[in-house]
Ligand binder design. Structure first.
Ligand SMILES: [Zn+2]
Length: 72
């Protein structure tokens, strides 16, 4: 079990992807309820924090330099 450090603006990889084919999501709201935005299609989904934490496979932190895609 990992204890990922997630915060507003974090990009996370979820175990289950979105039907659009992407499984990367950005945290756009982080509180008791969280909102995550699909990086593939921009869809925003409301999810509660325990469920979100369980669904996360990996956190892409800025310090990992893993996010280096162009802005379009
Ligand atoms: Zn999507």
């Amino acid at each position: 079990m990992i204890a990922p450090e997630i915060h507003l603006g974090s990009v996370v990889v979820l175990k289950k992807g979105h039907p659009c084919g992407t499984n990367k999501w950005e945290i756009v709201r982080f509180g008791a309820d969280c909102k995550i935005k699909c990086l593939g299609c921009g869809r925003i989904v409301l999810i509660d924090r325990p469920t979100l934490k369980k669904a996360i496979k990996k956190v892409m932190d800025e310090s990992n330099a893993g996010i280096n895609e162009s802005n379009h």
